[in-house]
Unconditional design. Sequence first.
Length: 215
Amino acid sequence: MAPGDEMLNGQLFENVWQKACAKIDKLSENVEERRFLKSLSMAGSVVAESVISTCDGVRTYWGEGSDSAARQLTQLFSLIMLSQLYRWVRENPPEDMTATIPPAVNVNLIASIFDGDQKQGMDDYLHFEQQFTCDLAKHSHLTHVSSLLLARASEICGHPCIDWSKVKFPVAEMTHLVKGAITDGAPMRGVLDIRAMQHSLDAGTQALMTYYSKD
């Protein structure tokens, strides 16, 4: 990706982040809840920008990008970050920031921050939460969830890869998808893109912790 493209993309996601912060300030008067929501939004933005920068398949369909696609991608990955944190709380007795997750934070609240569709937000949250849980239990990798996230990100960028109505979550094996579910598997099969997705998620988690912990 050319430096000029990176700057334009950075500005797009910065604008999404700033608008999200303004919305959060209007939605909540609780200081801790605001900080938590802003950390989720920051993490979602970091993942989204990383994905369109490092996942070749997604970048192809991103093109010059748009405010709408940037918002939808940030919402998607903010929800992924939320599900990751809740899993962390379930699996590890909270003694740090996870003990302060505000109970009012939910999928619909995050969708409203990005002016998103609440049903789509709930579908994304539940589907990928189920997929993460399945992958962690059955595999030594997160290949399946990463592949499906690549498909969802490509769809947001204008290129549908899957007929989601034909997918039963969680997907234990990609070969279990019914015939016709995958309409274009190319953007979700690349090994390098799958690794890049995983690295992007890791970067988002680090950004979330850094933003939340700052003074």
